[in-house]
Write a protein that binds this ligand. Structure first.
Ligand SMILES: [Zn+2]
Length: 265
């Protein structure tokens, strides 16, 4: 659905909330609060009344990524719905999905989720066009990136929802009831290290299982652990869960990739 010709609003895994109703209510609220229509005010109202997801045109223009996203959504993939889906339907914060060039801070990085904008509360998930839009990208790897980034987005959202400081690693420890062990500066910004440590401790099996389901239950869940550990192996190896290069899953990963195609499943 075109929104002011620039943005598209999407629902995730929630048939009870319809986009037309959300838009209608936000438009009514915008107009009720001051006459003529104003885009900024519209998004403020939308943000006040609903969680929402905005597909940036760069996201919609990347058919391969859109296909992977839609499959996760249409199949109501449990992990996907429990993370991305939480951006819909309750008064909270928004998420924007954007594709960016493989340069500057995103150089060589397949995805990144920004911390919430202090003015709008908007969280932006940035996906590197080289890793998500090209013909030879494997959908299962792209799904892995989307799921990983969706967990980051949900972690920020949950900290905000609970009125906690999303820059404080202890906020995440409190929400997920874990003891954080990684406080060393080598692990990057403390809140980012906290999010990754919790993923390494709590989410890897969920990611692997979600990918197995996404890929029509091809081979076994173990075959998806290499991808599930991607971006987390530094934390997992520090914690003694896996080796740094995730060698223990390399053969199974190779088997998965050699038996996969780059077509959207
Ligand atoms: Zn990450």
């Amino acid at each position: 659905m075109a929104l002011n010709g620039k943005n598209a609003l999407v629902e995730v895994c929630n048939p009870n909330v319809t986009t037309p109703q959300m838009l209608h209510d936000a438009i009514a609220a915008t107009c009720a609060s001051g006459g003529s229509f104003n885009e900024g005010r519209f998004f403020d109202k939308l943000g006040e009344k609903f969680d929402y997801i905005i597909e940036d045109p760069s996201f919609s223009a990347c058919p391969k990524l859109k296909c992977v996203f839609d499959k996760l959504n249409d199949n109501a993939n449990k992990l996907f719905c429990n993370t991305m889906g939480n951006f819909i339907g309750t008064p909270d914060f928004g998420l924007k999905l954007q594709v960016v060039p493989n340069s500057e801070q995103m150089s060589g990085i397949d995805g990144a989720t920004t911390r919430p904008d202090p003015n709008t509360g908007l969280i932006t998930m940035k996906l590197n066009e080289t890793f998500v839009c090209e013909e030879d990208n494997y959908p299962v790897k792209m799904a892995g990136t989307l799921l990983h980034e969706a967990i980051h987005a949900e972690m920020y959202r949950k900290a905000l929802e609970n009125g906690l400081n999303f820059l404080d690693p202890d906020s995440y420890a409190e929400i997920w009831d874990v003891n954080l062990e990684l406080k060393h500066p080598d692990f990057g910004k403390p809140y980012s290290a906290a999010q990754h440590e919790i993923m390494a401790k709590e989410f890897v099996d969920d990611i692997a299982n979600a990918l197995f389901i996404f890929n029509n239950q091809k081979l076994t869940v173990e075959h998806y652990k290499f991808i599930a550990w991607s971006g987390l192996s530094q934390y997992g190896s520090h914690l003694g869960f896996v080796s740094y290069y995730i060698d223990e899953f390399a053969d199974k990963h190779q088997e998965l990739i050699s038996s996969s195609t780059t077509a959207c499943p």
